[in-house]
Design a protein around this ligand. Structure first.
Ligand SMILES: [Ca+2]
Ligand SMILES: [Ca+2]
Length: 387
């Protein structure tokens, strides 16, 4: 087995031989070219010199051929030198193998710390998550591994409302992310360091907090209008629930009808106070109808929508709403709206919960020349009434 030093010497020698051959070929080419010049000069001298000139041209051409052959030989020698260089590089790699092993070992010493948390319930579409991950140590990467996606790193968030709050003394912070598809599952906080140091498991704190605390789920009508955009989610204050409803509706007109335009829900605390009203988006047409109330201390528990889904001449989408209260599901309360369209199926909050929030989907005013519909869909949020 030859040593690396021997291989390198062979490389140098082969490369030198090839270069010398190339030089020799190039010199022969020059000589041939000079002979061609001489031959051409001889042609000019006179007819008697033609034969001699032609001979000289032949000699020049032969010299050019010899030079080309010499160049080929040089190129072959260069190839041999390159092969020797490759062999030398392979030998160098073989010699460096122990260094590569050291590098791999260094990667293994990178330490990933994973903390797993399960959200307290199914996370709802449109909800904002507050992902808190605190790791004590000098970490260079931290992120969240979600049930639906690849790892979310703070710098990868595209949500314009996303925010990253760094805790003093910690490298990981809070990530705010909007849930695009309702889901449940584990979220894992991952922090990585290459400092050869890692906190022990107890030093990692992870938390997923839903932005709608207390909400168990949301419910929606299987029948709805297809236009508009979802408005803001509005929730009753803690421990209060919607116990009545007011519908804003446009009575039939000669022209572009919109029927239902919005809803208002007063929130009642279990103690009896009315601390707030919630509406989400409300469109501009119509008037507020009389409030329809559950008997105290009941709350709205399920609802259905009357919807004109499509009309050849004048769309109106949602026309009316009906609901029942927590303790008397057989008593149906009516919002007092318009009568186009048909009633959809009921949507019900789970047992021991009641309506505590609202989100409406409303088509904004489209102008005189466009068919308007205003209210198109409704979501109610359900919170537990029993602890
Ligand atoms: Ca219109
Ligand atoms: Ca219309």
């Amino acid at each position: 087995m030859c040593s690396l030093r021997t291989v390198l010497l062979l490389i140098v020698a082969a490369a030198s031989t090839g270069a010398a051959a190339v030089d020799a070929g190039a010199a022969a080419v020059d000589a041939g070219a000079a002979a061609v010049d001489a031959g051409a000069a001889a042609v000019d001298v006179g007819a008697s010199a033609v034969h001699a000139g032609a001979t000289a041209v032949d000699a020049g051409a032969a010299a050019v051929d010899a030079g080309a052959a010499a160049i080929d030989a040089g190129a072959t020698a260069v190839d041999a030198g390159a092969a020797a260089v490759d062999a030398g590089a392979a030998a160098v790699d073989a010699g460096a193998a122990p260094a590569a092993a050291v590098a791999a070992a260094a990667e293994v010493t990178d330490i990933n710390i994973t903390g797993v948390v399960t959200a307290p319930r199914m996370l709802l579409e449109g909800e904002k998550l507050y992902l808190s991950c605190q790791v004590d140590g000098d970490f260079n990467i931290c992120g969240w591994d979600s049930p639906l996606e690849e790892i979310i790193y703070p710098e990868d968030l595209t949500d314009p409302d996303a925010d990253i709050i760094h805790f003093p003394g910690f490298n990981c912070g809070i990530i705010v992310k909007e849930v695009m598809v309702a889901h449940t599952g584990h979220w894992s906080c991952i922090a990585t360091t290459d400092q050869g140091f890692a906190a022990v498991g107890e030093d990692i704190i992870v938390r997923v907090r839903e932005s709608w605390p207390g909400v168990v789920t949301n419910i929606s009508s299987p029948l709805f209008g297809k236009w508009g955009e979802w408005g803001e989610v509005q929730l009753c204050p803690p421990n209060s629930f919607a116990d009545s409803l007011e519908l804003k509706s446009e009575a039939p007109i000669t022209g572009d009808n919109t029927a239902a335009n919005g809803l208002l829900l007063p929130c009642r605390q279990q103690g009896g106070d009315l601390p707030a009203t919630i509406t989400s988006t409300v469109a501009d047409f119509g008037t507020w109808r009389d409030p329809v109330s559950c008997p105290v201390p009941e709350y709205i528990h399920k609802f259905q929508l009357r919807v004109e889904t499509e009309d050849a001449f004048d769309d109106t989408a949602v026309n009316d709403i009906r609901f029942t209260c927590t303790n008397n599901p057989e008593v149906v309360m009516s919002g007092g709206g318009e009568s186009w369209g048909v009633w959809g199926d009921w949507a019900s909050c789970p047992n021991d919960t009641a309506v505590c929030g609202i989100q409406t989907k409303v088509e904004p005013y489209m102008g005189l020349a466009v068919d308007d519909t205003s209210l198109n869909d409704v979501r109610f949020f359900c919170c537990p009434t029993v602890w």
